[in-house]
Design a protein around this ligand. Structure first.
Ligand code: PLP
Length: 354
């Protein structure tokens, strides 16, 4: 039986993408060769890379606006340090909204001064800080648009007289916004785009080349741009699957269509969480995420029964992150409204029993 997959990451991908991807492993586009056994310099793979890079810019509405898209390795965690390596000369601002921002701050401190412009650590990252002051003269301001672990999401983004850098690992391509407000966007593939192994970086070229330090080639965005994201062997399979997912997204109607479905899904789940006395949401209402919904069961005695009901319904990946506990339902782009319906049915069944 196919499961309803609420896993936080690596996570659900569209069935048709997985099917096409699995075929490519045996015979890529009728070449009589596997995608993973041909040269990354072959015409066929170069086309995959170029299509993936173009689709990323197209979906974000950033074509012809001075941005370049790269598919790098090392995960979003590698970007934590590459960003500082490439952009941090004296001081940078960071908004601390959870585990991932915390980790990016730690890396940046190796390269210069970090100013935490705001933090919600005092309440275990239940909310998004607001009304904080942003000092002038920053090399950049770093934000995390969606906090995968705590289930909060930024609804508004600050303006600063410095380049805006944003970790969009867990909500890229899920909602509309003006992406030109950002100068660097990055996202590990495994949350909303493809298999683990590649990271999308979209960077405005004119913010680069301003630090005085020497940058090792593999960590230098300019080097990767100069080589069209092929400085060394890219993660061919993850890039291909990401390309297929972006094509799927475009065929679905792009980010606008996705946003509509995502809002329906989260509305359905949050209304159950809000109405039911058996469940309690974790994140502050105004800040909660459309992607990752965090909640607890109010009576721990019901947990065992709820867990077995989830299992029976074929629901996978609902356990909360160890730093929050409880439950977390991740509703990425490929998760259907129907799957959320199945979860909500189990929750209301629990309510009747509880
Ligand atoms: C998962 C995640 C990361 C870490 O990604 P890796 O690819 O494992 O390094 C960073 N930021 C956010 C917001 C995430 O959700």
């Amino acid at each position: 039986m196919k499961k309803h997959n609420f896993s936080a990451g690596p996570c659900i991908l569209p069935q048709e993408v997985l099917k096409k991807a699995s075929e490519s492993v045996v015979d890529f586009n009728g070449l009589g060769l596997s995608l993973v056994e041909i040269s990354h310099r072959s015409k066929e793979f170069v086309e995959v890379m170029e299509t993936a890079r173009a689709l990323a810019l197209e979906l974000l509405g950033l074509e012809g606006k001075g941005y370049k898209a790269l598919f790098l390795q090392g995960g979003a965690s590698m970007e934590f340090l590459m960003i500082a390596y490439n952009l941090l000369e004296t001081k940078a601002g960071y908004l601390n909204t959870g585990t991932w921002s915390d980790k990016s701050i730690k890396e940046a401190k190796l390269f210069g001064e970090v100013i935490e412009v705001g933090s919600s650590k005092d309440e275990n990252f239940k909310y998004i800080p607001k009304g904080y002051a942003i000092p002038s003269g920053l090399d950049y301001l770093h934000l995390t648009s969606n906090n995968t672990i705590f289930g909060t999401q930024m609804k508004k983004f600050p303006t600063a007289d410095a380049p805006l850098v944003c970790d969009m690992s867990s909500d890229i391509f899920s909602r509309q916004m003006d992406f030109t407000q950002f100068d660097l966007i990055y996202a590990g593939a495994q949350k909303n785009m493809g298999p683990a192994g590649t990271t999308l970086v979209v960077v405005k070229e004119d913010i680069l080349g301003k630090v005085s330090r020497q940058i090792p080639s593999m960590l230098d965005y300019k080097v990767h741009i100069g080589k069209d994201s092929m400085f060394n062997t890219p993660a061919v399979f993850p890039v291909y699957v990401s390309m297929l997912t972006m094509q799927w997204l475009k065929d679905m109607g792009g980010i606008a269509a996705m946003e509509e479905i995502n809002e329906k899904k989260s509305r359905l789940l949050y209304s159950e969480i809000d109405l039911s006395p058996v469940f309690q949401g974790y994140a502050n209402k105004e800040d909660r995420s459309h992607m990752n919904a965090t909640f607890n069961i109010t009576d721990e005695k019901l947990k065992e029964e709820f867990d077995s009901m989830l299992k029976e319904a074929g629901i996978n990946g609902l356990n909360g992150h160890r730093s929050v506990g409880g439950y977390r339902a991740s509703m990425y782009n490929a998760l259907s409204l129907e799957s959320v319906g199945v979860l909500v049915d189990v929750m209301s069944e629990m309510e009747r029993k509880g």
